[in-house]
Design a protein around this ligand. Structure first.
Ligand code: ZN
Length: 427
């Protein structure tokens, strides 16, 4: 059973190469279960049991299942996670040549461990904006070249003798551009890449108004360990959270008392202040519409419970001193409750005790983490949503190693335990 969930998670990790790809995969899973697409532009009719989803800007998805009772009377049961991942993104006119090579200038998105991007078989994926015939906004289409297209080679140790003692130091402008070919004398411009995207999408290059290119790893997720205790993949933070939240949502009661809401946001890794990030009005506006009117909405918020599901640091045996004593989550030990008295994670409200109780009732082991006092603490969409909407909640996550590496590690038993706890929350 746990292996089954993990295999499906690994498939989701492989498909979700960008936030938009992850959102598209989430939409496919929702539609397979009969969820209907709702447009923010249209009026909504929401009978009891209505099951729908809304996509904003291709990369954030909010899904809902209307409960038997009014949200004003019961509050919402919400789970939130994020679809975006730290990485490298190609600059608008990024193609250039140097020293006989073709290269791509890249920007850094969020906080990746840059050294982990060296010497890997990388490809390109992203979104293309296709011209509409009637002059309306261009349509988005997703693409993924899949095959290895570029690499960022490390310099040989003979030319950097101190690398093992001093660590790999990378200049963000000059050392990161991936090499994607040998200069053959022909021009190397973004238009050539546009033509290749057009072939993938079976359209004319001239139909592509613009496109966004992300550099992504080609290696698929894999089980690891003598007994298959781990899995390794890119994007576990936070497609692990997105998948387990989604899976819990899909397996929860189809006739719940409370209205269930699943919120998968883009932009967490850059602070959430975007059109469709957790700091936008996306969740508020959907919840207000589900509530019927403003007063019902405010009543519903006051009675709601939100679980923010984002990766947590498992203890690393070679660096165990980086964890606070007695707060050392392990892989395959179950979900991790994240606490911080400065509210980088939701800590003060009754949301955390609610989740502790929920796990106890459903026999899900729960681990806890608090950061060492001499280390800075990360944060999540939890405090952003909780503070803006006045919703009680808890920050939890799957234990993992190497967070923000191009290749992270998780435990094969944790997805099932997380899904069990979150499904219980949804009711
Ligand atoms: Zn995260």
């Amino acid at each position: 059973m746990s292996a089954d969930h993990t295999m499906r998670l690994m498939d989701f990790l492989d498909k979700g190469v960008t936030a938009s790809h992850a959102a598209a995969e989430a939409v496919a899973m929702l539609e397979e279960k009969g969820f209907k697409r709702y447009s923010e532009r249209k009026g909504w009719v929401l009978p009891t049991g209505a099951a729908g989803y809304v996509v904003r800007d291709d990369s954030s998805v909010i899904a809902f299942r209307m409960g038997r009772r009014s949200p004003a009377d019961t509050g919402f049961r919400i789970v939130g996670a994020h679809t975006d991942v730290p990485g490298l993104r190609v600059k608008p006119f990024g193609a250039y040549k140097k020293e006989g090579y073709k290269l791509l200038g890249v920007e850094i998105y969020g906080g990746p461990i840059l050294a982990s991007w060296m010497d890997r078989d990388l490809t390109l994926a992203g979104r293309a904006f296709i011209k509409s015939s009637d002059g309306s906004a261009p349509q988005t289409r997703l693409f993924n070249f899949e095959k290895p297209l570029c690499r960022i080679p490390q310099v040989a140790i003979h030319l950097n003798r101190s690398v093992n003692d001093d660590g790999l130091k990378l200049n963000k402008q000059t050392h990161l551009p991936p090499l994607c070919g040998i200069d053959d004398g022909a021009p190397f411009e973004m238009d050539g890449i546009r033509e290749r995207i057009a072939v993938l999408l079976d359209c004319e290059p001239g139909d592509i108004v613009d496109f966004r290119l992300e550099v992504v790893d080609t290696q698929k997720a894999a089980l690891c360990g003598f007994d298959g205790d781990f899995y390794s993949s890119g994007r576990i933070d936070n497609l692990g959270g997105s998948f387990t939240s989604l899976q819990a949502f899909l397996t929860a009661s189809e006739t719940p008392e409370e209205t269930q809401v699943l919120a998968l946001f883009d932009s967490e890794e850059i602070g959430s202040a975007t059109l469709n990030g957790a700091a936008s009005n996306f969740l508020d506006s959907i919840l207000e519409r589900l509530s019927g009117n403003r007063e019902n909405f405010l009543r519903a918020l006051a009675g709601s419970l939100m679980i923010s599901n984002d990766g947590a640091h498992a203890v690393h045996p070679n660096y165990a001193e980086l964890h606070e004593p007695k707060h050392k989550p392990v892989l395959n030990g179950g979900p991790v409750l994240k606490m911080n008295s400065n509210e980088r994670y939701i800590t003060q409200s009754a949301g955390a005790p609610y989740f502790i109780n929920l796990c106890a009732q459903h026999n899900v082991p729960l681990q806890r983490i608090v950061v060492r006092s001499d280390l800075p603490c990360g944060s999540t969409i939890g405090p952003i949503i909780s503070s803006r909407l006045g919703v009680m909640g808890a920050d939890i996550g799957l234990p993992m190693l190497s967070m923000h590496s191009i290749r992270e590690t998780g435990g094969v038993k944790d997805a099932e335990l997380m899904i069990k706890a979150l499904a219980a929350h949804f009711g």
